[in-house]
Design a protein around this ligand. Structure first.
Ligand code: AP5
Length: 214
């Protein structure tokens, strides 16, 4: 199944994608994670993306389109994939369609997670992730057993540089201006499944799996 996980920052796209990866043998392709890895490694792409990411702005379309196009050609995507954080503009959605059409492929479902802005800020400001293995936590909603330490590998947990309240507001604005219209782009195909993202992580996952079956 070829899936897009869609929704505002902090809606739970990454959290739910990771849960689905555990039950389906398909990879999660998070453009945010790939960009952050490039930034850590100091690649040209990472350095170019950094100036946008640090301000909470979207990275230019062509950089992300080329990056995802390359990733989708990896053999682990042959049986399906979860696109997490892409497409984020209508231009990215059009480019994805062109890429898939050339390969006689298409997107099966677009999952839209909805969460009110107030809760988004709370989720993002409290998010912590492991710089070593990438495991995600939340100071209140998913605390690690030992404060500041990853349950999985024992490394130090860190806060993303764009996870401040000020930058979340910028990211929410980017979402409203540039990303929300992408949902309408897919809606006419009848493949959009809107899910209430409020509630416990397992509760939301139950809604997600039900929506994917219909
Ligand atoms: P990206 O990394 O994609 O960030 P985002 O879309 O802002 O999404 P987040 O990762 O913040 O949120 P999420 O929905 O995955 O939530 P999560 O599951 O972690 O992008 C970062 C930047 O990269 C962008 O600003 C841009 O610059 C650039 N970029 C990326 N893709 C791009 C593209 N296509 N085009 C251009 N630029 C691009 O959950 C958040 C927190 O809440 C966690 O702590 C979690 O534990 C907790 N939580 C989750 N679900 C629940 C729940 N049900 N109950 C309680 N807590 C929960």
């Amino acid at each position: 199944m070829n899936l897009i996980f869609f929704g505002p920052p902090g809606a739970g796209k990454g959290t739910q994608a990771q849960k689905l990866v555990e039950t389906q043998a398909i990879p999660q392709i998070s453009t945010g994670d790939i960009l952050r890895a490039n930034r850590r490694d100091g690649t040209g792409l990472g350095l170019e993306a950094q100036t946008y990411m640090d301000r909470g702005l979207l990275v230019p379309d062509q950089l992300v389109i080329d990056m995802v196009g390359a990733r989708l050609q990896d053999s682990d995507c042959e049986g399906g994939y979860i696109l997490d954080g892409f497409p984020r503009t209508v231009a990215q959605a059009v480019a994805l369609d062109e890429f898939l059409e050339k390969r006689d492929s298409s997107i099966d479902k677009v999952v839209v997670l909805t969460v009110p802005d107030g809760l988004i800020v709370e989720r993002i400001v409290g998010r912590r992730s492991c710089g070593n293995c990438g495991a995600g936590f939340h100071v209140e909603f998913k605390p690690p057993a030992k404060q500041g330490v990853c349950d999985v590998c024992g490394s130090e947990l860190a806060q993303r540089s764009d996870d401040t309240e000020e930058k979340v507001r910028v990211r929410l604005n980017e979402y409203a201006q540039n990303t929300a219209p992408v949902a309408a782009y897919y809606k006419q195909r009848g493949i959009v499944r809107e899910i209430n993202g409020v509630g416990g992580m397992d509760e939301v996952f139950g809604r997600l799996t039900e929506a994917l079956e219909n």
